[in-house]
Design a protein around this ligand. Sequence first.
Ligand SMILES: Cc1cc2nc3c(=O)[nH]c(=O)nc-3n(C[C@H](O)[C@H](O)[C@H](O)COP(=O)(O)O)c2cc1C
Length: 346
Amino acid sequence: MIFRILSFIAPLLGAERSHNLAVMLLRAVGYIPGAKWLMRKLYAVEDERLERDVFGIHFRNPIGMAAGFDRNGDIFRELGALGFGFVEIGTITPEPQQGNPKPRLFRLDDDSAIMNRIGLSSEGLEQAVANLRNDHGGVIIGCNIGKNSATEPEDAPHDYLRVFRNLYQYADYFTVNVSYNTSFKQYVPRTRESIISILEPLFDFRRGQNQYRPILLKISPDLSDEDIDMMTDIMIDTPLDGIVATNGTVRHSGLKTEPERMKRYGAGIVSGAPLTNRSIEVIRRVYKRSNGTYPIIGVGGIMTPEQAKAMLDAGATLVQVYTGFVYNGPTFVGDICKQLLEDSKN
Ligand SMILES: Cc1cc2nc3c(=O)[nH]c(=O)nc-3n(C[C@H](O)[C@H](O)[C@H](O)COP(=O)(O)O)c2cc1C
């Protein structure tokens, strides 16, 4: 019902206000006694055949919510009740920051896509700790971590470590986001040295802890083949646990949305259907180079249950969705789970 009302008023509100309203409503629903139980009954598909053990964590199913939807950890329990096997919150930065001026989020209906130039708006580390401190209700939480825009590149490792250290006990795994976009004057560590300088302090901190938290690297679909191989080699050569592939793309070529409209919207990262083939290609490359021995979280352009299956077949161990969920609504995760169950019979 809520989702039907939302889809009706969304065009009137604009993409970002609709998103914020959806988050607010989901959060409000979560306070109603029995509501999460009801959502689970309505939307979640539970079956032993969907369960996965990946990097020492038990997942109810392999479908996660991608980073950027629950930016501060406000609604992961409600997303769990909608059937997600895990939720990646963030990107979380050490200090709160607003991101780029609005409007910065656009629906490209003709392309089944979303374009954004949010530029990492985050309520910061302290708010994330406050949100994650209480019981997670059985939902597996990944924390996607980044640096503040105002932090100089040479101080980036310090920002990542600060978020990692403070959230270490509150998350099940961490994703180091190195897939920001240069066109918005954001920092993109792309050399092996700059990425290792971010990862090393995290590995060092983890060595001193009793509990093990997997660390993954999230990469851009716009990397060259050589750079994808370089990222894969970092995974092979260091204690990195896996790769999340991919973020959105800065490429706008081939879109069906009229060029005039794209010009009006300006720069941005495109997610959704235009990404499907490229994300699968990147996953296949990482999988081949690492001989299928490392977990890959596949994300980018999963708009149908068949595409989720294609991504798993290309070598992903788990998958995440964002745009597909926005376009298909709350039955999407259940639909993917049903398709996977159907395929497991064959
Ligand atoms: C509005 C929006 C905000 C996003 N914010 C983040 C973010 O903060 N950090 C991140 O790593 N990825 C972010 N992403 C990228 C998604 O996590 C995902 O990698 C990308 O959208 C491709 O998946 P999709 O095609 O299923 O949407 C964002 C995506 C969208 C659409």
